[in-house]
Design a protein around this ligand. Sequence first.
Ligand code: BES
Ligand code: MN
Ligand code: MN
Length: 461
Amino acid sequence: MEQTNNYIDSNKDKFLQELIELLKIPSISADPMYAQNLLDCADAIAKNLVESGIENVEVLETKGYPVVYGEKIIDNSLPTILIYGHYDVQPPDPINLWESDPFEPTIKNTEIHPDGALFARGSADDKGQFFMHVKAVEAMINTNSLYCNVKFLIEGEEEVGSENLEDFLIEHKDKLKNDIILISDTSVLSMENPTLTTGLRGLSYLEVEVEGANRDLHSGLYGGAVPNPINILCDMIASLHDKNENVTVKDFYDKVSAITSEELKEMQKLPFDLEEYKNAIGLNDITGERGYSTLERTTIRPSLDVNGIWGGYMGEGAKTVIPSKAYAKISMRLVPNQNPNEITKLFSEHFKSIAPASIKVNVKAFHGGKPYVLPCTDKGYISAKKAMEKTFEKEVLPLRGGGSIPIVSTFEEILGTKSVLMGFGLDSDALHSPNEHFGLKNFYLGIKTIPYFFKYYSESN
Ligand code: BES
Ligand code: MN
Ligand code: MN
């Protein structure tokens, strides 16, 4: 292990430069204008995998953006670790709020990252994180200390719901055979209080349309006598939470399973500074479901949020009009054992049931994802905890993540294996926001932790 660590130490600059090259490629999966950049990014990763000593590297087609595959099989009697990551990124918008170009990676020091952070779209989510695995494997190969077989599956559609990956998994089930999946696409609570992500929330996402009159109407001629879809949509949305901030969608909580008292106890050991939390995002006060802490609200409890709302006149100046239609995008984060299809159906029925007779309601379902949990008794969890405790030199506690990686539950269904969510980012790294960044210390610590995972995991088998 000492040799591996030395290799990593003496290649720090090379690793960083290589990551910077990947971050320059605007691989924005949501916008078809960037399609060529996604293909270029897949090729660039494949090239890097080859140069890192990984074998049988291929850019494999899916019905959408391609998957980059590679492997290093050293001994069939050893366990096989499948590394998953995504090379697509979120759109950088609003672009004018970036202090440096989102695709010109820039190193700056921040209060939380006094040793420097790399600012670029995708730095933490997820190029910087999956790339740690590529470099850790390079270090292990070059120092003859690869303790497990390894396979890479780096996809290009995570940020748009991974809708073509399920078919890919079915088609390539044998090739992807593994004992455990290792993913760095989540966060630690802080560098002082490192955590391992033991779960992900699921997701139901939909768009609602509320329709009133068959055309926009003069708000003087008709105002006061006809339904206004925007007013009504606002009322309907407001009614989706009660005074205790519980979601009112009928039967919404029916299948929510409580966490075990041990998990709750571990969670309550975690320090959480509410003042710091509020300050970091510029709030005077917070809100949420009564009876639960902020950490509980964002991890073990489901939630419902409007992500966008529009309708009527939105141009310059005033236009007196009662719009014919109003729209909203709504997301629900789900916890075990809520099922996204069931929740979408419950929402849709509920939303129609609360609609006044004066309007018509249309609900359009988008991609979803199931929630996921990794038990703390899993060999993968235990190996990751040991690995992180080795490099962070702190106790590592379990914490579920509030975000979603929809493919993780599909991995379990199709490939039959568990995923370990050993992320190294921080929630404050501005994922999906302007000025996304990834701490250099986090990047190098991640690269050093991964070989220990390989070692401990192979020893546990
Ligand atoms: N890496 C995130 C998910 C994440 C981040 C989980 C931090 C836990 C902690 C992932 O790229 C993401 O953004 N997922 C989307 C899923 C969606 C686009 C289907 C999400 O959570 O909104
Ligand atoms: Mn991600
Ligand atoms: Mn993301």
